[in-house]
Design a protein around this ligand. Structure first.
Ligand code: IPE
Ligand code: IPE
Ligand code: MG
Ligand code: MG
Ligand code: MG
Length: 326
């Protein structure tokens, strides 16, 4: 079994071997800028770990791994336009550093580059992989649209929220693990179980992302603290707060989210909402919910019949994602 560090190294080398520059330079510079900022690379790590766990050839999985990371980076470039986010990975976002048109086009290019990379994969299961990749890409867009719809919707339920994050985030984590499994040629029931494991880990992962957006350290997290509150995002924190708050607090929250973005003091809004979340103990509730998803994930993982020593790395790595600060 390869360690996480060894897998990270393989991914680094893979990206170093790929050439993304071209003309017009304005199109490729943001692609290179984004990829050079790195990020955690969790999707390719999980893909390669899964392939390794099921006894596949890691070398043969690096194209798909790089493809999924390219796809993820494309979604981030467009997501930052949608979320009006000024910083990512501790640096200016592409649409702030250049402009929205450049971010749209560079993002589109990355989406195509992602397919180009996945298609390079030599595998008798390539068709299945491409089907899953395509289905996942469409689902991510569906999730992103729900996320945007919810900004101006006042009756988002926890159920709506959970389905939204399943689509925008969890399915890609599930797909990464499943593609790794398919490349290793593992049987259907195993590849389905690893998908469900990933989907549940992905739910916990997005819950933590929501948490860090409000309570994280900006330097470490690399994104603007309070960004979700500023954009009226219906995160777990907000939806849960509305669910459990007394009528007065509920009214306060709703009225904060009704303020006109241009006239309201944003720092004041962020502080007010954050204080309400803390007062209601939403941070604790979120942690419990995250742990529930981790345990649900484990139930699927335990159905995979492999020796424990082969399964340990994925569990340890997935667990570490829930206790991350970035
Ligand atoms: C950010 O993903 C978007 C979410 C789905 C929460 P990551 O937290 O994996 O971002 P990077 O790639 O490490 O920057
Ligand atoms: C984004 O969710 C999910 C995708 C990019 C598909 P967020 O909007 O919460 O991600 P961050 O916090 O900006 O990374
Ligand atoms: Mg978003
Ligand atoms: Mg965002
Ligand atoms: Mg976020």
């Amino acid at each position: 079994m390869l360690s996480v560090n060894e897998i990270q190294d393989i991914i680094k080398k893979k990206f170093n071997s790929l050439i993304f520059n071209g003309y017009p330079a304005e199109l490729y510079e943001p692609v290179i800028y984004t990829l050079n900022l790195g990020g955690k690379r969790i999707r390719p790590v999980l893909l390669l770990m899964s392939c390794d766990m099921f006894g596949g050839e890691i070398e043969n999985a690096t194209d798909a791994a790089a493809g999924l990371e390219l796809f993820h980076n494309f979604t981030l470039i467009h997501d930052d336009i949608m979320d009006n986010a000024p910083i990512r990975r501790g640096k200016e976002t592409v649409f702030k550093k250049w402009n929205s048109n450049t971010a749209i086009l560079s993002g589109d290019t990355m989406f195509a580059l992602a397919y180009k990379q996945v298609i390079k994969t030599q595998s008798p299961h390539l068709n299945k992989i491409l089907d899953l990749f395509t289905k996942t890409a469409i689902e991510v867009c569906e999730g992103q649209q729900y996320d945007l719809n919810f900004e101006s919707c006042e009756d988002v339920s926890i159920k709506d929220y959970l389905e939204m994050i399943r689509l925008k985030t969890a399915v890609l984590i599930g797909a990464s693990l499943k593609i790794g499994a398919l490349l290793a040629g593992c049987p259907n029931h195993d590849s389905d179980n690893i998908y469900s494991f990933g989907e549940n880990i992905g739910m916990a992962f997005q819950l933590k992302d929501d948490f860090l957006d409000t309570f994280g350290n900006e330097e470490k997290f690399g994104k603007k603290t309070g960004g979700d509150i500023a954009e009226n995002k219906k995160t777990f924190l907000y939806v849960k707060a509305l669910e459990i708050a007394d009528p007065i607090t509920k009214e306060q929250l709703i009225s904060c989210y009704r303020q006109n973005k241009n006239t309201f003091d944003m720092q004041q809004k962020i502080k007010l909402v954050t204080d309400i979340f803390l007062r209601l103990g939403i941070d604790k509730i979120m942690e419990k919910e995250m742990n529930n998803y981790f345990h649900k994930a484990l139930k699927y993982f335990n159905l995979i019949l492999l020796p424990e020593n082969k399964k340990k790395s994925i569990i340890d790595y997935s667990y570490s994602l829930l206790y991350r600060d970035n």
